[in-house]
Design a protein around this ligand. Structure first.
Ligand SMILES: *[C@@H]1O[C@H](CO)[C@@H](O)[C@H](O)[C@H]1NC(C)=O
Ligand SMILES: *[C@@H]1O[C@H](CO)[C@@H](O)[C@H](O)[C@H]1NC(C)=O
Ligand SMILES: *[C@@H]1O[C@H](CO)[C@@H](O)[C@H](O)[C@H]1NC(C)=O
Length: 373
């Protein structure tokens, strides 16, 4: 009896603690790239005064910054070191100094890793065992750099949108086939051990995230986590939180109702906090350059007001996850003036409107910077 009471109090405390802090984040990985190449940010609400983009977004309710991390960006033919460890650590220090929590998004690649590509870093081994030990050391040493710089990490995602696995071809996985997760589970576990190594060396333990795309697809999510854990190498104790991507323009089934079902089923099965790790919504989508996509929630307009509506309805959906397990949302790259489509067929999904003069941009915040208020 006593132990039952103790357990329920413990569960209740955990639920309350989980519900305490709701992550409202922006992915600002490209902010420094934009600044260096000539973007200046202005606050549309403060008489148009020039301000740091993160200050404008913090006024709009941002409490966390998400940052992606590539292994050796130059090895993939990139000109600079953007998204490499030094670049990302600099940004993390800057945002930490301003009171933001940091969510570190490991891609385990020299370039973009997403469901379409998950390339092994050029200088890494291509065989499972040496690859796994390189990965483990890389995670431990990278997290060690953050520790040495005094930047705590709130959330660390081991891989970016790893639905079809990571570190291809070795770590390729197919959610329809449990057996195909074998190598992925060995690699993911190695990355997880890298986190433990860093913690053993004094890092404050971040919440370990698994991040999958198509967050609205419940069957996919169920199959995926069953596949990952099928061999027993990775167990449910190994991860703390689940991150889902949820975009309006890739699939008409990406509805709030489907997202709610998918998150509820994950919460019931795994009892772990869940975040929408990536989302965005167009301020403009005319079909002028590319065929206009069909939106998953067609009642929401593709304009600045629609950006806020989409995000607020997504937040409501996350907050409705049972037991307070819906824990956060992250908007993808709202300051990226040079890439306003953000991977969609729409013209512009960022939260600033730019006036260009040659290669320089004056970017003024839209009212949608207040989407988290
Ligand atoms: C935009 O990208 C072009 C091509 O990479 C670059 O020359 C320019 O400096 C960039 N401008 C801004 C403001 O980001
Ligand atoms: C999984 O790893 C083993 C051992 O390195 C390798 O023989 C096999 O080809 C890998 N599977 C895939 C799909 O690459
Ligand atoms: C994968 O494994 C889980 C758990 O063992 C099982 O429920 C599920 O049916 C399996 N899926 C496939 C496609 O074999």
């Amino acid at each position: 009896m006593l132990s039952i009471i103790a357990v329920s109090i413990f569960t209740w405390l955990r639920v309350v603690a989980a519900a305490d802090f709701f992550y409202k984040g922006h992915d600002l990985s490209s902010l420094r790239v934009s600044e260096v190449s000539g973007t200046t940010y202005y606050d549309g609400a403060k008489g148009g005064q020039q301000r740091a983009a993160e200050d404008i977004l913090a006024d709009g309710g941002m409490n966390t910054v998400r940052l992606r991390l590539w292994v050796n960006p130059r090895d993939s033919g990139n000109q600079g070191d953007a998204y490499g460890t030094a670049y990302t650590l600099d940004l993390a220090k800057r945002f930490h100094a301003k009171g933001q929590r940091i969510y570190l998004d490991f891609h385990f690649s020299d370039t973009w890793a997403d469901p379409g590509k998950q390339g092994i870093p050029r200088k890494w081994p291509k065989e499972l065992d040496p690859l796994a030990s390189t990965l483990r050391k890389y995670v431990a040493s990278t997290l060690g750099h953050f520790k040495a710089a005094g930047v705590p990490i709130a959330i660390v995602a081991l891989g970016n949108e790893i639905r079809p696995g990571m570190l291809w071809p070795v770590g390729k996985a197919n959610p329809g086939q449990n057996g195909s997760f074998k190598n992925l589970s060995v690699l993911w576990k190695a990355a997880r051990e890298g986190v433990s190594d860093a913690v053993a060396a004094g890092l404050k333990k971040p919440e370990v995230m698994i991040h999958i795309d198509n967050g609205w697809d419940s069957q996919l999510q169920q199959n995926w986590f069953a596949g990952l854990t099928a061999s027993g190498v990775v167990t449910t104790k190994d991860w703390d939180v689940i991150g889902l991507s949820f975009y309006p323009f890739y699939n008409t089934r990406a509805t709030f109702a489907n997202l709610a079902t998918s998150m509820r089923n994950l919460a019931t099965k795994y009892n772990k906090p869940i975040h929408v790790a990536e989302t965005d919504y167009p301020a403009e989508c005319t079909g002028k350059y590319k065929a206009k996509p069909q939106m998953s929630e067609p009642s929401i307009p593709s304009n600045v007001g629609g950006q806020t509506q989409w995000v607020q309805k997504t937040i409501q959906t996350v907050k409705a996850v049972p037991n307070g397990l819906g824990q956060g949302i992250f908007y993808w790259e709202p300051t990226w003036t040079n890439n306003t489509g953000l991977g969609s067929a729409c013209e512009d999904a960022i939260l600033f409107a730019s006036k260009w003069s040659g290669s320089k941009a004056a970017a003024t915040s839209r009212t949608s910077v207040n989407m988290f208020k």
